[in-house]
Design a protein around this ligand. Structure first.
Ligand SMILES: [Zn+2]
Length: 202
């Protein structure tokens, strides 16, 4: 049996994490002749099929699975991937905590597990189970984007903007369309507490 490995691809929004995951999977399929099964989280609790799409335009067929990793979801993934060499998870920060055990189990079964996700939320804090996944990874790929303020190529943060200004503290998932996100470097990133202070200064 093949030796299992775990690869975690992290970075801010607009760093082409999904594109990196898709390119790696396609290379393994086309040149490595590996069987790949990919998954992405779905908003509702239904299983289904839908491509993973990167912002630049790469696409890969994938199964939809609920973010809430119930024992049913875990066993479905383990069953579906019996003959897979590679198992990929897009937007892994959204999956609940059993994603860590599932990843370990897949690797134990000899699979190459590739996950991509945001390592930090809009506050600049660790996102979901990504920290634990990084701790158990064999390989870490850290991507950056270009800072929306100063243009530097080392943007590692995702700035939430609400009504044109850096966001103050709010829910992790915003409902509505008044907010947007942009990549920023450490010098230009404004975390919620600083945004709050700047606002109260007037
Ligand atoms: Zn900057």
């Amino acid at each position: 049996m093949d030796r299992g490995t775990i690869t975690v691809i992290i970075g801010p929004m607009f760093s082409e994490k999904s594109g990196e995951l898709i390119r790696r999977c396609q290379k393994l399929m086309q040149y490595g002749r590996k069987k790949v099964r990919a998954y992405k989280p779905t908003e509702d609790n239904r299983f289904g099929e839908d491509d993973i799409a990167s912002r630049i335009g790469y696409r890969l067929p994938a199964g939809h699975i609920p973010k809430e990793m119930t024992p049913t979801v875990v066993s479905q993934v383990l069953t579906e991937t019996i003959h897979a060499d590679v198992v990929a998870f897009d937007e892994a920060q959204f999956f609940s905590e059993p994603i860590v055990e599932l990843t370990e189990e897949l690797a134990r079964r000899g699979k190459h597990v590739i996950l991509d996700g945001l390592n930090m939320d809009y506050r600049g804090k660790p996102f979901g189970s990504i920290g634990e996944l990084l701790a158990i990874a064999d390989e870490i790929v850290k991507l950056t984007s270009f800072c929306a303020c100063c243009g530097s190529p080392d943007a590692a943060f995702t700035q939430r903007i609400v009504n044109g200004k850096p966001a103050t503290l709010g829910p992790l998932f915003l409902i509505g369309d008044t907010e947007s996100y942009e990549p920023r470097c450490r010098r230009c990133f404004v975390p919620p507490d600083l945004a709050e202070a700047e606002r109260s200064k007037g």
